[in-house]
Design a protein around this ligand. Sequence first.
Ligand SMILES: NC(=O)C1=CN([C@@H]2O[C@H](COP(=O)(O)OP(=O)(O)OC[C@H]3O[C@@H](n4cnc5c(N)ncnc54)[C@H](OP(=O)(O)O)[C@@H]3O)[C@@H](O)[C@H]2O)[C@@H](O)CC1
Ligand SMILES: [K+]
Length: 665
Amino acid sequence: MNVYVSNIVMAALSFPLIAFVITIPYMVYQYRKFGSIPWLRTLVVYSFVFYLLCAYFLVLLPLPEDRTAIVPYAQTPQLVPFNFVHEFLAETSFSPSNPSTWLATLRDPYVYEAFFNVLLLVPLGMYLRYYFRRTWWQTLIIGFLVTLSFETTQLTGLWGLYEHPYRLFDVDDLMMNTLGAMVGFWMVGPAMRVLPDFRLVNEEAREAGMRASVTKRALSFLLDLLIAGFLGMLVGFGLAAAGLSGQETISVWTDRAVLLLCFVVVPVVTHGQTLGQKLLRLRIVRSDASRAHWYQFLARYGLLYLMIWAPFAALSGVVGLDPSTSGEMGAIVNFAAHNQTLLVWAWVVLMAAWGVSLLVRAVRSWRLKRPFVMLNGLISNTRIMTVAGVERERERRCVLDVADVAALERLIADDGTPLAELMERAGTAVADTVRLHVPDPAPVVVLAGAGNNGGDGWVAARALAEQDYPVTLITSDLAERIKAEPARSTALDVFADTAERDLPLRVLIAPDADVLIDAIDGAEAVVDAILGTGFAGDEVRPPYAAWIRAANRRRFEGSRGKGRGRHRKRALERGRHERGERRSAPMRAKDAPFTVAVDVPSGLSAQTGAAARPCLAADMTVTMLAYKPGLVATETNRWTGMVTLARLVDTKPYLAALGDELEDD
Ligand SMILES: NC(=O)C1=CN([C@@H]2O[C@H](COP(=O)(O)OP(=O)(O)OC[C@H]3O[C@@H](n4cnc5c(N)ncnc54)[C@H](OP(=O)(O)O)[C@@H]3O)[C@@H](O)[C@H]2O)[C@@H](O)CC1
Ligand SMILES: [K+]
């Protein structure tokens, strides 16, 4: 028993070292893959590393005294399955019919060793299922391979480090360990219903990763300093080889050249990325996310260099250091040494001003939830953004009027990609968004209007049903009575497909209020494909108004079955959120379904951003081809939620053509 404890203590003692070594690579990997690092993931990953460390120490320690030691019992592998049961029965007085022998059994080495062998891989099975999302048979194989690696390490005396096996290779261990992995797999199953789903955690991390957080920027800077330091060292060796190592001025200037290379030349070549930033997918851009010029990189990092070194150099002058000892900033130090009182004051004032500006910028970034801006960034008019963030910012700047989107659509169709194909891609993009947020098949309601926006809804419904999501599509009319094309042919196609392939998709035509509310109540996701860019007016006509009200009610007040309290009744009476009369956005109910709007939330004017009565409130809007003016106004995000763009095609060439066309007009 003591051996187990001391091995775990050993693991605990060596863990900080391992954690220290893996932290930077871990952070780089996470930032590259997800863009941000949720604490939950760090907790899981580091606890997993700690567990592996414990497991290996338990299996491999203690080591024999010396390389040639022969441990007698370990020399012949034990290959008889269930040998421990026979041995146990032979050696103890255990009798199933005699309860007084049961307690002693628990203290029997055969029993508790078997128990510990099972226990050893229980956490592995849990991690494999919960975090690594392995199936039972994958867990079985991995569990077996891990235990095989334990046993072979023992059999080969740490892969030849010791001349003889120092622990017994035992098939029973293989079986008990593997069983442990499976026990862990089954045990974690029920817990997974309450544990956070890592697919959603990843999705949130990706979203948060759009921002260039202070930690991410600091890490990229640290990486750059490490790279510069390494290059500086190489140059130092070169200088030494050339017999120039003793010369102070040369080394000062080569150091500066290395910094210039890393922080100015490299960004010029890569259009705004130092090597550290490239690694973490960051980019230096102008404050409007456009490409920065070479002199801005120079200003940004030149200022930083001065901001780091000048105060120290000046201070050392002020406090009367000998200018000749302070090396590279000698001139400043010299000047400072001769104008002490003046400089003390100038220094204090500057530092105070800098401190105040730092505070102001920190408070501003905290209150406005904007990234912190460094002083050198402010002066050089540059900032660091994530590559994805730059992309999104640029997309958001390319806003097309609704009429231009229609023109763009025609250009694309003339070029050989028909509207039906665009609709197919649009609907698939919406279905993908739903699947990202509701990863396991769960009931989905698609509200489909009679225009082409509804057509996108039909495609999304089929795509989800193909992935086993039980879908209820709500439509105001029979598919054949839809007037808009290609919505009509698409809907007919989906309808036929559903019957033919027996997809889990049911279509409700103009359902009454109760049926509608029941369907929405049971949904984990709602797709709003009622009205898109073709919507006009400040009032939504029936039946769509009722659909929007039902979706909003579910979103803000939970399902009908829940919370029938006084509070809820009052909220229903007021119903103000539906009429858009509330000043602040109402709270989303905890159990609200994930609501995604196709192209634009129904009731919101894509052109002006004005919300009609009622207007659907979505968690996310997937807009097609380009952002529309109504989606980028900040006041509209209470209806749109987060907006993402589904490009559908590479629009660049068409946008250029469209630009020419617009200019001609
Ligand atoms: N751009 C692209 O590349 C692509 C565009 N695609 C998709 O097409 C969508 C545009 O389709 P669209 O032009 O058919 O219009 P849409 O939004 O379905 O609305 C028309 C319906 O709204 C109704 N309606 C109007 N006002 C109303 C009111 N006040 N109250 C009630 N109803 C009202 C109107 O009824 P009506 O006036 O005819 O009685 C008609 O039935 C676009 O948003 C995108 O999702 C993708 O498929 C492919 C790529
Ligand atoms: K919509």
